[in-house]
Design a protein around this ligand. Structure first.
Ligand SMILES: [Zn+2]
Ligand SMILES: [Zn+2]
Length: 260
């Protein structure tokens, strides 16, 4: 699968996953105009045949533009039964719900979901095709039991590494917001992300650190924490950005690697 992260962070999230036959957008936190601009900045047109826009949860940095995406891209908005009632959709938008934990199919992609702890209902997602699998895990206060197994076989893992606890504690946020972000239903810290990575049964081929706070984290801190957890296991480590797209090509399939 090809993955293009158009933006990642508290000012707006959106990513495009493309298999051989199917395109799926995940989250709608960037305006449609910005989405088009981000694609243009990497020499691409915005996708036309999107099977769906899946919204992970109702926070505006993920759900705000779901209606516009649905009408502009002529695709349904998919969200869990727990999340859909909290998303504001115009009547013209085509909404479909799924049960968290019950897999569904979009073209040749099978989508799995797992509830994760946040201050509104939230899910981790895993996208599988015959050739590859991608996990997306952001906006969670801690890694619940079952999450490591859920992403264990993912070739590419997109994982939140939101904040450095010391920077959060000493930073400018009001006390209430500090408690929320650092709490068990807030966001994953660099150390929590690293713990999850260190405990994975199989190391992903590629890890992308997501949803970095621009106030309470630095790319250097997030990267060095994840690097220490991954050791020298040959994992490619990348960082998603708030204002710039990140393109990930499909991983080489085993038989292709043999031929090289
Ligand atoms: Zn978010
Ligand atoms: Zn959130």
């Amino acid at each position: 699968m090809r993955v293009t992260i158009l933006g990642s962070g508290s000012e707006g999230n959106a990513a495009l996953l493309e298999s051989r036959t199917t395109s799926v957008l995940v989250d709608a936190g960037l305006s449609h105009r910005r989405l088009v601009q981000r694609f243009e900045s990497i020499g691409r047109e915005a996708p036309r045949n999107v099977a769906a826009v899946i919204v992970t949860h109702s926070h505006s940095d993920h759900a705000m533009h779901a209606s516009t995406y649905s009408t502009r891209l002529r695709c349904p908005v998919l969200a869990s039964e727990a999340t859909m009632p909290s998303i504001r959709l115009r009547p013209a938008a085509h909404a479909q719900t799924f049960k968290t934990g019950k897999r569904f199919v979009l073209g040749d992609i099978t989508v799995h979901s797992l509830p994760i702890p946040h201050d509104v209902p939230q899910i981790a997602l895993r996208f599988e095709t015959k050739a590859s699998s991608v996990g997306l895990v952001t906006d969670l206060g801690h890694a619940p039991k079952g999450l490591a197994a859920f992403v264990a076989e993912c070739e590419t893992l997109l994982l939140e590494s939101n904040h450095d606890p010391d920077m959060l504690a000493q930073g400018p946020y009001p006390a209430m917001l500090k408690r929320r972000v650092g709490g068990s239903h807030g966001h994953l810290s660099n150390g929590q992300a690293s713990d999850l990575l260190a405990g994975l049964r199989t190391t992903p081929k590629r890890v992308v650190l997501m949803h970095l706070s621009e106030t309470n984290n630095t790319p250097r801190l997030a990267r060095s924490s994840a690097e220490a957890a991954l050791g020298h296991r040959g994992t490619e480590l990348l960082l998603a950005q708030q204002r710039k797209p990140l393109e990930l090509g499909p991983m080489l399939e085993p038989q292709m690697q043999l031929r090289l």
